[in-house]
Design a protein around this ligand. Structure first.
Ligand SMILES: C[S@@+](CC[C@H](N)C(=O)[O-])C[C@H]1O[C@@H](n2cnc3c(N)ncnc32)[C@H](O)[C@@H]1O
Length: 277
């Protein structure tokens, strides 16, 4: 498997991430919100969007450095957690610092043999990494219990045209492969189209574009001030600056909540019309 930033040593990330080590957007509910609190607010927003309660069965695709499991265990100690991540370095970190027993499938979700049902499935900054998104969303749908919720926090191209222009840009290709691994952003309209065909119900969509840009600025500020040594610092600063300048001008960041509808035995419109006739 290809080596990406997610396989790099943790000290690079501890140099600029918050104590929960969230490597995706924070939520700055006010101008005064600190960077550290923005992460807690965002994690709580995601958990609340999924309507998590004690005893909930949670799957996280793209465990990262363990931010969601950490907050989940703090708020809902009786929830059960299953993770999926292809990064051995991150899983070692999660087991050492967050939860020794955390059941995590060490592979890409595309290859993971995960058994449902789950009440909530989370992907923060991971949806873009999934190959064959239609197929994976269909698997996710089938892994959810009826009434279960899917939360996707990610970046989406501002439009189909923006996607086509950026696909031509060579710098993006180089940096993305070297640092970020394989990823493919799509416009939001494509996700909505796919999710509708599969049978998901869209519950909410919240824009986090400004929050993510502010998060990126905080990462850059913290990393620049850190004692991290050359060349790791230079490489990561280059990547973060490019991501912040490029992505936020061409993509929006959203958190979407989808639900697998409960099966309701309703007559079809045609049956209703026939009955009335
Ligand atoms: C931007 S990071 C976000 C991590 C974490 N969710 C967070 O918010 O801090 C993306 C994560 O997706 C994981 N990932 C990449 N490709 C994946 C795949 N095919 N299946 C599951 N996880 C994947 C990476 O290892 C990384 O942990």
């Amino acid at each position: 498997m290809e080596t990406t930033q997610y396989d790099r040593e943790e000290h690079i990330f501890t140099a600029f991430l918050d104590p929960y080590m969230k490597f995706s957007s924070g939520l700055f509910s006010s101008h005064e919100t600190s960077f550290e609190n923005s992460v807690i607010e965002m994690l709580d927003f995601l958990l609340d969007s999924a309507q998590i309660s004690n005893g909930a069965r949670v799957l996280e695709i793209g465990t990262g450095w363990g931010c969601l499991i950490k907050r989940l265990k703090e708020r809902f100690p009786h929830a059960t957690y299953t993770g999926v991540s292809p990064s051995a370095a991150q899983i070692t970190y999660v087991r050492e610092h967050v939860d020794q027993q955390a059941p995590i499938h060490v592979c890409a979700f595309e290859l993971a043999e995960v058994q449902g049902p789950f009440d909530a499935i989370f992907l923060s900054g991971t949806f873009c990494h999934l190959q064959d998104k239609f197929l994976q969303l269909e698997r996710i749908f089938n892994l959810l219990a009826e009434g279960g919720r899917l939360i996707i926090e990610d970046s989406f191209f501002r439009s189909r045209q923006a996607m086509e222009v950026l696909r031509e840009c060579s710098a993006r290709g180089e940096v993305q492969t070297a640092m970020f691994g394989w990823a493919e952003l799509m416009p939001l309209s494509s996700l909505l189209d796919i999710s509708e065909s599969i049978g998901f119900h869209l519950v909410s969509c919240r824009d986090f574009t400004d929050d993510y840009e502010r998060t990126g600025k905080e990462w850059i500020r913290r990393l620049a001030k850190s004692a991290l040594s050359y060349p790791a610092k230079k490489d990561m600063l280059f990547y973060l600056r490019l991501a912040n300048n490029g992505w936020h001008r061409n993509a929006y960041c959203y958190a979407l909540t989808f639900e697998r509808p409960r099966r309701v035995d309703m007559p079809s419109v045609l049956e209703l019309v026939n009955k009335e006739a």
